[in-house]
Design a protein around this ligand. Structure first.
Ligand SMILES: [Zn+2]
Length: 386
């Protein structure tokens, strides 16, 4: 028998190990697994996670129970293994059953937590020698497994290429929607990267564009950026990429004081035109709750004047100059010319991109781009993996 917990959130939890024994202690249950691991579960934790239909609405698989409505001192009246499941009866009479696959996947003993942390996807850092992961348009449009392989490469390395994309304007939207909703901005749903006389961004000129992330001016920078080449007859205009996480890691080792300054001192980025005025004050390097580098925010051409304390200003300049100098080092830079029918898709909160200057008199150049948030990528991966 499988309990509701086996498919608690539309995912199934394969049984890794059988439960060998259970013991009831004063405020917890000790589950001993056949492989020798012992996992304590507090009574409140188990009661909180009861998967029965009184506690979880079976249609949404969302909890109905609020743990505050349970006696803080509740205890298990009895515990046993019933057809492989952990089966409990509570002091108030409620009964709960836990699937061993689900229980093992959520155990919080030290060994289980360390194992889960180690199994989490880790960013694969890259440099100028990066073997660019490339995928075929037709395959990712038609084959869910090819789509998943592309999205995993995007999640883990932060830079991918798709080839064989139709060169009609708007084709980009079809492939972007294989992931999810496109994130609209003041530049449109799809934006056209062409040189324009009345440019509202340096992107829409023929200038060299230094390494940057897009929309650092927003509270949440777009997670993914697509750039699709429709026409590229102009000379120059090569794309350049660096792994912002790899640079941050190198900086952390080579100049820890500069690294800390970029994590701690906020910098303002601004984007303004006649109709809008976006501003965001945030550090250039953001860390996650575990202290790992989670985001880079950088576009020199959108940066406002630094406002740091008099004591910190020299350090901020030193750190900022060092970071940009590193983005110019050959060891980090991948330089490639994009041909018609090819597109870049990269993690805009990690991978910095740049463009060499091009000569608009030498031929036409037309790229289209769009954004999708990182959440949509991660959600699509989990759904494809079900
Ligand atoms: Zn229940």
């Amino acid at each position: 028998m499988q309990t509701a917990a086996a498919v608690a959130d539309f995912r199934t939890y394969p049984k890794i190990c059988d439960i060998a024994d259970v013991r009831v202690l004063e405020d917890q249950i000790l589950v001993q697994w056949v492989d020798g691991r012992v996992s304590p579960f507090h009574h409140l934790w188990l009661r909180d996670n009861c998967p029965c239909t009184e506690c979880v609405y079976s249609v949404t698989r969302e909890q109905v129970l609020e743990i505050v409505d349970v006696d803080a001192n509740l205890s298990a009246a009895s515990a046993c293994i019933d057809q492989g499941n952990l089966s409990l009866e509570w002091s108030g009479g409620h009964r709960s059953q836990y699937d061993p696959g689900w229980l093992r996947a959520h155990a919080y003993d030290d060994e289980s937590r360390a194992e889960r942390r180690a199994a989490k996807p880790h960013s694969q850092l890259w440099d100028s020698r990066f073997q660019l992961p490339a995928f075929e348009y037709k395959a990712v449009m038609e084959d869910p497994n090819a789509l998943l392989q592309w999205l995993l490469a995007l999640r883990d390395s932060g830079l991918t290429q798709i080839r064989g994309v139709p060169t009609e304007p708007g084709s980009l939207a079809l492939i972007a929607k294989r992931i999810s909703f496109i994130r609209e901005s003041n530049f449109g749903v799809l934006f056209n990267v062409q040189s324009k006389a009345d440019a509202d961004s340096n992107a829409y000129t023929a200038f060299n564009l230094p390494l940057h992330t897009d929309l650092p001016t927003r509270e949440l920078q777009p997670g993914l950026q697509f750039l699709h080449c429709l026409v590229n007859d102009a000379s120059g205009g090569e794309s350049i990429f660096v792994d912002g996480f790899a640079i941050a890691h190198a900086l952390r080792t080579e100049d820890p004081e500069a690294f800390r300054a970029l994590c701690e001192i906020p910098v303002e980025f601004r984007n303004k035109d006649r109709h809008s005025d976006y501003r965001r004050l945030a550090p250039i390097i953001a860390l996650d709750a575990l202290g790992e580098v989670a985001e880079i925010r950088m576009a020199n051409f959108l940066r406002g004047p630094f406002e740091a304390s008099v004591e910190q200003m020299p350090l901020l300049y030193r750190a900022y100059r060092r970071f940009i100098a590193m983005t110019r080092e050959d060891r980090f830079r991948l330089v490639k010319r994009l041909n018609p029918g090819e597109l870049w898709c990269f993690d805009n909160r990690r991978t910095l991109h740049a463009r060499n200057a091009f000569d608009p008199s030498s031929g036409a150049r037309h790229f289209q781009g769009c954004y999708i948030d990182r959440d949509e990528l991660l959600s699509r991966i989990l759904v494809l993996q079900r």
